[in-house]
Structures are given as structure tokens and as C-alpha cells.
Write a protein that binds this ligand. Structure first.
Ligand SMILES: NC(=O)c1ccc[n+]([C@@H]2O[C@H](COP(=O)([O-])OP(=O)(O)OC[C@H]3O[C@@H](n4cnc5c(N)ncnc54)[C@H](O)[C@@H]3O)[C@@H](O)[C@H]2O)c1
Ligand SMILES: O=CCc1c[nH]cn1
Length: 485
């Protein structure tokens, strides 16, 4: 039974849907048609208060459960999510416009992976015993308390679960604010967690724009803030969190390099470049949007890329045959069109695409620019749309230096048949999530996150545990206390 698009309330607080129509209207638009499919409201201060009170109460109970019991709830939620994958994927497609072909394999399933992984890990999150001769110290891994998650619009289900799963496994509660552009999916995550046995108030969803996020970040009851968003928002949220000395995870933007050497398998390199630029219509944070191609294979690479792009099936994202859908919103489409105009005006060679597609909704053609130079706007700024910049290079040293000449450091990739070179180059690229002869894989077992302006902290993997828990150390004296007086 597919989900109703209009939820029973805008927010999910204390285990139930709630509404307060005094909050600003949030229209939900299906980006493939421009039609309004639901109307929600931003959280009022009263809703934010209810969510924080509920989270505080639930966290105190939740932290008293054994980690194994907590893990069982997460594992059950993962199972429910897998059983409902089709309906959740359809909802994700309505929320974001991403093709069902993608959402069926990359969204609720990735979210379920996180719930399953951290559910399984919960019982093994222990402290240690540190012998000191007669005395000893033991450590206890403790929850942080009430945590806030704030999401971007490109992966609404995945982002909610990449944050909630480790947070809850560690004994925290969460108030999650989705992006105002994609408010629907996180509500289903909340419903499923309740169904799986999470206590009321453990995972709450409140809708709204920046002001609602800001009210959560600055609340003294909040111990940690995890943001997925742009660098400018990250700067503001990090600074606000610092005022309250809160823990943070910042998953921010990027302008990641992909280096293709002369000896690369050309079809694999082209495949990586397609995945790293056109999947989700280019709206992926870790995309390799600066494709440095060694001069010896540049023309062959461009020819093969152009050929393969003809295979993109552009159309209704609800049709499983469609492999390339619309941008998330008219606003995002307009921003990307502005970058395409700048690319052409600054002298880049348009190889293919560049135009809006003549149909309802916010569709742009997959676009490739060649002869891009490092100083061009399209080579420096994050575009977050289907625009690939191809730059050429002569030597390994030159490619590494130019790849690193950016304020970002989210991801990086290298394509070469020489594995020694692959490891040598990756070792010198300043980025958090790297790939050799592949691009954009994000399994839950691998740490995900950036360096430099792309962020701090890591999601997924055992590394995430460090960011959702804190250590208490306990010194135990076995003999008498010797005091000077
Ligand atoms: N590194 C990652 O894992 C990752 C993943 C996905 C997207 N992103 C990045 O996200 C960006 C695109 O998403 P976006 O346009 O939604 O980003 P955005 O920065 O505009 O918004 C992100 C979220 O922050 C909220 N927000 C805005 N101002 C706030 C404030 N002052 N206080 C608290 N919350 C506030 C927004 O309402 C939204 O929910 C891109 O830069 C992309 O690279 C990063
Ligand atoms: O958008 C960024 C997060 C991500 C990368 N790959 C899948 N999800």
C-alpha cells in the first residue's frame, strides 16, 4: 500500500504526529511536474519545546536499557525498512525527484544498512580496564544526551538514519530537522522507529527553515549537533554550537577531484565520472566534479563519455526505466543554470548538454565542459547539479598539486591500472573519502566525511561512535589516601 503523500501532521513528536498551523507554510513540490503534493508547516516555538522535552525524557529511559536491547530496536527498524523499501523509495522519489531506479537501491536500503550496522554494534561499545599496579582506571562509554540532526535535501531518508542510527545506538535521543525542501521522508523513519519499539520521544522530527534549526542548535539542553549541508550553513551552525561548547559533526560541501591517468581503463573511468557527476542529477556532496584527465587520453575519454551519455534515460522519475531525473527544485535548477552560463562566458568548451529540458518540472541536461582551467568559477565552486568540468594535465605531481588547490576536502578519486601509483596519489590527496578505480561508493562500514572546509567528524563505521558518545574515566584506589595534611 503506497504511502499517502500528505502526512497526518507536519511533525513527529513524542511518538505521534503533531500539527501547529501557526507555523509558516512549507509546500512540498514534486520536482518532475511542479505540482504541489503536500503542505506542511514549520515548527513553532511550542513544537520545538515539545520535541526537546520529549527527547530529554526518552533519553533518560533509553540510556538505562542494556545496549543489546537498544540494538534490537534498531535492527527491527532496519528489517521493517527493508520490507517497505518499495513504498519508502516511491516516497523518496516524490520528496526529491530522484529516479525510482536509484531510490530503490540507495536510500531506504542505505538507511536500513545504518540501522542494522549500529544495532549490531551497540552491545560491543564498551570501555576499557587500565591497570596501574595496585590501583586501576576503568572507562565507561556514555551517551551525550539530546542530539540534534539537521539534514540537506539530497538524501532525506539516508541522512536521517546515518545520524539517528549511531546516535541511538550510543544511548542518545534525537530531534531531527529535515531540509524544508524534502520534509516527508524523515517522518516515515520516525514512524518506523516507534513501530520497532523505540520509546516515545526518542526520535522526533520537527520541520522548518534555518530559524528552526538555529533554535535547536542554541538550546542549552542540546549536547550535540550534526549538520549535513553547505559550507556557509556549516560555518554558522558550528559557531552557534561552539557558544554552548556542544559536540559537532559537520558533513558539508565539496569540489572533489577525480584523476584519470593515461593508463586507466577508459570505460571504468568514464563510468566513475558518470556516477560522480550525474547520479541523483549531480546532487551528491562527494561528487568528483573536477575531472582531471591526462592529456594522452583526453579526447578518447571525452568521445566515450559523450557516447555513453546518450544512453541516459531522461524522464518520469517514477518510471523505473528512467535513469536521470529533475533537479530537486526550481531554485536549485536556476542556481545550476547560472553556473552553466558562467562556464561558457569564462571560456570553457561545452561538449554536451547545457540546456533546460523542454518538459514540465526542473530538468537540466547532463552537461560536460572541457578545457576548463583552475581559475574558472565552475572549477572552483560547488555547483550541486549535473555539470562536469574536465581539466587536462601532464604529470602526476601537477595533477596532485592542482587537485589539492581548493578549500574543500570531501572526496577524491584516481583511475589508473598502476596500483602503486593509485595508492601513492591517494596518499597525497587531501580528502576524507577516497576511491581507487571507483567512485562514490558509501558502504556503512566505511567512514564518511571531509577535511578542510568540507567538515569535521565522520559518519558511518566504527569511527562514528567516537562522535556520538563520550568517555568517562574512573580512578579506583585500592589502598589508603596519602594527603599532605
Ligand atoms: N558532506 C555530506 O555528507 C553532505 C551530504 C549531502 C549534502 N551536503 C551538502 O549540502 C548542501 C546542499 O544541501 P542544502 O542546500 O540543503 O544545504 P543548506 O546548507 O542550505 O541547508 C542544510 C540544512 O541546514 C538548515 N539550516 C540553514 N540555516 C541554518 C541555521 N542557521 N541553523 C541551523 N540550520 C540551518 C537548512 O534548513 C537545512 O535543513 C551542499 O553543499 C552539499 O554538498 C553534504
Ligand atoms: O550526498 C552525500 C552523501 C552520500 C554520498 N554517497 C551517498 N550519499
Amino acid at each position: 500500500m503506497p504511502y499517502e503523500l500528505q502526512p497526518d501532521g507536519s511533525h513527529y513528536v513524542n511518538g505521534a504526529y503533531v500539527e501547529d498551523t501557526a507555523g509558516a507554510e512549507i509546500p512540498v513540490i514534486f520536482s518532475a511536474t511542479g505540482e504541489r503534493i503536500a503542505t506542511l508547516h514549520a515548527a513553532t516555538p511550542a513544537i520545538v519545546e515539545q520535541a526537546l522535552v520529549a527527547a530529554e525524557k526518552a533519553q533518560a529511559e533509553w540510556a538505562k536499557l542494556s545496549p543489546r536491547e537498544r540494538g534490537r530496536v534498531l535492527t527491527r527498524a532496519a528489517q521493517i525498512m527493508r520490507e517497505r523499501n518499495h513504498d519508502l523509495s516511491v516516497l523518496e522519489t516524490y520528496d526529491t525527484g530522484k529516479p525510482l531506479q536509484e531510490t530503490l537501491v540507495a536510500d531506504a536500503s542505505s538507511a536500513a544498512d545504518a540501522l542494522e550496522y549500529f544495532g549490531g554494534l551497540a552491545a560491543s561499545l564498551t570501555g576499557e580496564h587500565i591497570p596501574l599496579g595496585e590501583d586501576w582506571v576503568y572507562t565507561i562509554r556514555e551517551p551525550l544526551g539530546v542530539c540534534v540532526g539537521i539534514g540537506a535535501w539530497n538524501y532525506p531518508t539516508q541522512i536521517a538514519c546515518w545520524k539517528a542510527a549511531p546516535a541511538l545506538a550510543c544511548g542518545n535521543a534525537m530531534v531531527f530537522k529535515p531540509s524544508e525542501a524534502t520534509p516527508l521522508c524523515a517522518l516515515k523513519v520516525a514512524e518506523i522507529l516507534t513501530e520497532a519499539g523505540a520509546p516515545a520521544g526518542l526520535f522526533n522530527v520537527v520541520q522548518g527553515m534555518g530559524e528552526v534549526g538555529s533554535a535547536l542548535v542554541t538550546d542549552p539542553r542540546v549536547a550535540k549537533v550534526s549538520l549535513t549541508g553547505s559550507v556557509p550553513t556549516g560555518r554558522r551552525v558550528y559557531a552557534a554550537a561552539a557558544e554552548g561548547m556542544k559536540h559537532v559533526t559537520m558533513e558539508l560541501g565539496g569540489k572533489s577531484p577525480m584523476l584519470v591517468f593515461d593508463d586507466a581503463d577508459i570505460d571504468n573511468a568514464v563510468g566513475g565520472a558518470i556516477l560522480g557527476n550525474f547520479y541523483s542529477s549531480g546532487q551528491v556532496c562527494s561528487n568528483g566534479t573536477r575531472v582531471f584527465v591526462q592529456k594522452g587520453i583526453k579526447e578518447a575519454f571525452l568521445a566515450r563519455l559523450t557516447e555513453r551519455l546518450k544512453g541516459a534515460v531522461i524522464g518520469d522519475p517514477l518510471d523505473e526505466a528512467t535513469s536521470f531525473g529533475p533537479m530537486v527544485s526550481e531554485r536549485q535548477m536556476t542556481i545550476v543554470q547560472g553556473f552553466i552560463e558562467k562556464g561558457a562566458a569564462e571560456g570553457a568548451r561545452l561538449v554536451t548538454g547545457g540546456k533546460r529540458i523542454d518538459r514540465d518540472g526542473w530538468y537540466l541536461e547532463p552537461t560536460v565542459f572541457a578545457d576548463v582551467t583552475d581559475d574558472m568559477t565552475i572549477a572552483r565552486e560547488e555547483i550541486f547539479g549535473p555539470v562536469m568540468s574536465v581539466l587536462d594535465f601532464d604529470t602526476e605531481e601537477e595533477a596532485i598539486a592542482r587537485a589539492n588547490a581548493t578549500e574543500y576536502g570531501l572526496a577524491a578519486g584516481v583511475f589508473t591500472r598502476d596500483l602503486a601509483r593509485g595508492h601513492r596519489v591517494i596518499g597525497q590527496l587531501r580528502a576524507g573519502s577516497c576511491f581507487i578505480n571507483s567512485y562514490n561508493d558509501a558502504p556503512v562500514e566505511a567512514p564518511f566525511g571531509g577535511v578542510k572546509m568540507s567538515g569535521v567528524g565522520r559518519e558511518n563505521s566504527k569511527a562514528a561512535i567516537e562522535h556520538w558518545s563520550q568517555m568517562k574515566s574512573v580512578y579506583v584506589r585500592m589502598g589508603d589516601v596519602e594527603a599532605p595534611f
